[in-house]
Design a protein. Structure first.
Length: 182
């Protein structure tokens, strides 16, 4: 058993009813993560994407979670308050069965990093740019096993290296750390 340690878990609560589909969250997220920082605002590089069907009044912001190497078997449609959502609508994974949450140049998975920067931002940028409060930033403290956390990281990195090759990963990491220094 590993040591227990306290960890701040950062999340973004989504209220789809409030979202008006403006896509400001996609703009600022992609600009913040561009290399050099703020040099472009391509939504394909955003770690938050909008499921947008104006004719059916559907606007659902989803921010990127873990990478998954295989498609899942679940193919349910969801009806919430009279609105029907597509099968993968609520999924936060970067997965082989759809194009979202993949870095356009390298194909590497994108994951929300809560706008990690030094010094820390008071709130993630997508939350700050959402003028209608569809996104709310929340922090809570949790106790986690130190070893489990490291194991999960190792498994995740191994799966990525298998799929994309170590060289490509190293290239991307180098580019990302360059953009953080700018
Ligand atoms: S900024 Fe807010 S209102 Fe605009 S698309 Fe994103 S979540 Fe929706
Ligand atoms: S918290 Fe930051 S990295 Fe995550 S989706 Fe929002 S803008 Fe992008």
């Amino acid at each position: 058993m590993g040591e227990k340690k306290k960890k701040i878990v950062k999340t973004i609560k989504v209220d789809a009813d409030k979202c008006n589909g403006c896509r400001a969250c996609e703009v600022i997220c992609s600009a913040f993560h561009a290399t050099p920082r703020y040099s472009s605002n391509n939504p394909a590089r955003s770690r938050i994407r909008l499921i947008r069907e104006p004719l059916r009044d559907i606007y659902l912001p989803v921010y990127a979670g873990e990478y998954t190497p295989a498609e899942c078997a679940g193919r349910d449609k969801y009806v919430i308050e009279g609105k029907e959502y597509e099968e993968c609508a609520f999924c936060r994974a970067s997965c082989p069965s759809r194009d979202v949450f993949k870095e356009p140049d390298s194909g590497l998975p994108l994951k929300c990093d809560m706008c990690e920067s030094d010094p820390d931002l008071e709130k993630p940028l997508c939350v700050q740019w959402c003028l209608v409060d569809a996104l709310t930033y929340e922090e809570r403290e949790e106790e986690v096993e130190e070893e489990t956390e490291l194991e999960e990281l190792e498994i995740g990195l191994e799966a990525l290296a298998d799929k994309f090759g170590l060289d490509k990963m190293m290239d991307t990491v180098a580019r990302m750390s360059l953009s953080k220094k700018e």
